[in-house]
Design a protein around this ligand. Structure first.
Ligand code: FAD
Length: 292
């Protein structure tokens, strides 16, 4: 099933994200965790793509597994910036051959040691080039892309970030999933600006439940997200008590999701990070809202 068809339906729904193992020895435990999440019957599951592509086979295997065993639509992430064209074309063919209909077209982060490198001979510079190649491949993919309510960290300003986002959508992105954020007002403000700029595709807010204090710094470093005082107080109070922090983090994420639903968003994506217990608890907290 194509994700755009789910997103065009205004029934409230939830999807979950998982990431592939880094090594073959971890494959079975990740597979088990993803299957536990698939059993919750989310509207779809996305599977991330390891930076540099070394774990791409696992991404595809997990996507196939979720789709074939649990009949849950899967979204395969694919990055391009560290790859050559031949490799990307092979990956696109493999995704098509596996029967995966949905692809998240991403640039990928530029490795730290290449940040100042001469980029003139790189095969890919931006996600839009991957979007175009997916369209040109002849496969009938539903293509998603990433967007950043708090601006992509490399963008000089929000205006140019939104302009590039518009170009990516015009090239064929049918929906956009947001970077994590912890203050819904940032999302509402972003939505207003992108709609004004003529970006009309469905936007799927991405919510990250922070369930331990160590995650906080990593999440902020990776995403550059603003931490509201309300969230900081919660980490200050419960950060040293793992069970309390987990419960408070899940409650905070649930609260964000309920507010999004209440303000007209029908579909929310949860960065569930291979944690079935977290996915299960969030879904249970929303059981009457989702009718599950
Ligand atoms: P782009 O759309 O190319 O944007 C990157 C930057 O380039 C932005 O500042 C944009 O404004 C600018 N830009 C775009 N086009 C142009 C242009 N023509 N000229 C000048 N500037 C331009 N990473 C992974 O490695 N694996 C994953 O699975 C993964 N999944 C993700 C899922 C989501 C929902 C999100 C939000 C991020 C994910 N990432 C993943 C991280 C992502 O790869 C990084 O954030 C990366 O730095 C940017 O990727 P992008 O696809 O948004 O890039």
């Amino acid at each position: 099933m194509k994700i755009i068809d789910l997103l065009n339906d205004e029934t409230l729904s939830l999807s979950f994200e998982v990431f592939p193992p880094k090594t073959e020895s971890a494959f079975d435990s990740v597979k088990e965790a993803t299957e536990e999440i698939a059993k919750l019957r989310p509207s779809f599951m996305s599977v991330t793509y390891g930076a540099g592509g070394g774990t791409s086979q696992y991404t595809l295997n997990i996507c196939k597994n979720i789709k074939e065993l649990y009949n849950v639509p899967s979204l395969a992430h694919l990055t391009c910036v560290s790859s050559n064209r031949e490799t990307v074309h092979e990956k696109i063919k493999a995704i098509q051959a596996a029967g995966i209909e949905n692809v998240m077209a991403l640039r990928g982060d530029i490795p730290a040691h290449l940040l100042d490198a001469d980029r003139s001979d790189w095969a890919y510079h931006h996600a839009i080039e991957l979007v175009r190649e997916l369209k040109e491949s002849g496969a009938d993919f539903c293509i998603g892309g990433a967007c950043y309510p708090e601006i992509h960290p490399e963008s000089p300003d929000q205006k140019s970030d939104i302009q590039h986002l518009k170009e990516k959508v015009d090239a064929g992105c049918e929906f956009l999933t947001t970077q994590m954020f912890f203050d819904n007002n940032l999302l509402y403000n972003f939505l207003y600006k992108i709609r004004q700029a003529g970006i009309l595709v469905p936007i799927v807010p991405g919510i990250m439940p922070i369930t331990n204090a160590n995650q906080v710094e990593r999440a902020i470093t990776l995403s550059g997200s603003f931490m509201p005082q309300r969230f900081k107080s919660l980490v200050d109070k419960f950060g040293n008590d793992p069970d309390a922090m987990k419960q408070a983090g899940i409650a905070y994420a649930t609260d964000q999701i309920i507010d999004l639903y209440a303000n007209g968003i029908s579909h929310v994506h949860v960065y569930s990070m291979n944690k079935p217990d977290v996915a299960r608890q969030i879904q249970a907290n929303l059981s009457d809202i989702l009718g599950k």
